[in-house]
Ligand binder design. Structure first.
Ligand code: HQG
Length: 184
């Protein structure tokens, strides 16, 4: 793994899952001071040399938009599991969203709907290609679920913007799943 990929993983861990391990004060939108994050990372030998320009570099070289750095503050766009609820912007979703998952989870998703599991929100993809990539993390031949986001939204399900490819929801009932049998 390259330097910036490894740094990105550690930033995800700090900003999504364990800010207290880095002595970060996180606000309800997930923002922390970039200086505090750098100080926290400096306690580890391998990050001793990093500065704000390295945080910028992580963002610049990554294919995925995981972090937002603005006015000396930084946050993760999505993926949180911290106990404190991270507030995201509520927004009308596109009519169709996708969710890439493992074949072995599909039966349970059909019965129980999409649940956030270890994270605060269910993660949905704006396009099929993104969903394919998300699903491949769990299964070499992932199943791509198609979600009737328009109907869900019209019936009161709240959606939130993660980044421009990742949408979030609290829960997606199985009646909003339009199965994609090609992938089964
Ligand atoms: C599954 C990565 C059984 C769900 C990605 C998923 C994404 C159920 C798994 C972001 C279920 C949770 C999030 C149910 C949901 N029964 N399984 N009722 N409901 N599941 O990793 O969406 O690279 O927490 O289908 O690209 O895979 O980290 O969520 O397979 O954007 O930046 O439970 O994380 O981004 O897995 O991925 P995860 P996810 P990064």
């Amino acid at each position: 793994m390259g330097f910036y990929e490894e740094l990105s993983k550690e930033m995800s861990y700090a900003l999504r899952h364990a800010p207290w391990e880095y002595e970060l004060e996180m606000d309800e939108e997930g923002w922390v001071s970039a200086g505090q994050l750098i100080d926290g990372l400096h306690r580890e030998a391998k990050w001793q040399q990093i500065g704000e320009q390295d945080l910028q570099e992580v963002i610049r070289v990554s294919e995925k938009k995981r972090f937002e750095l603005k006015d000396g503050r930084i946050r993760a766009f999505y993926g949180h599991s911290v106990p404190m609820r991270i507030v995201r912007e509520e927004k009308r979703p596109p009519d169709i969203l996708y969710h890439g998952t493992a074949r072995r989870f599909v039966e349970s998703i059909k019965s129980n709907g999409l649940l956030p599991q270890e994270r605060q929100y269910v993660h949905l993809s704006q396009d099929r290609e993104t969903a394919e990539r998300v699903g491949k993390r769990h299964d070499g031949k992932p199943c791509i679920l198609v979600i009737d986001a328009k109907k869900a939204w019209q019936e009161g399900v709240k959606f939130y913007l993660g980044n421009e490819k990742v949408w979030l929801a609290d829960y997606v009932d199985s009646r909003y799943l339009l199965y994609d049998n090609r992938k089964f």
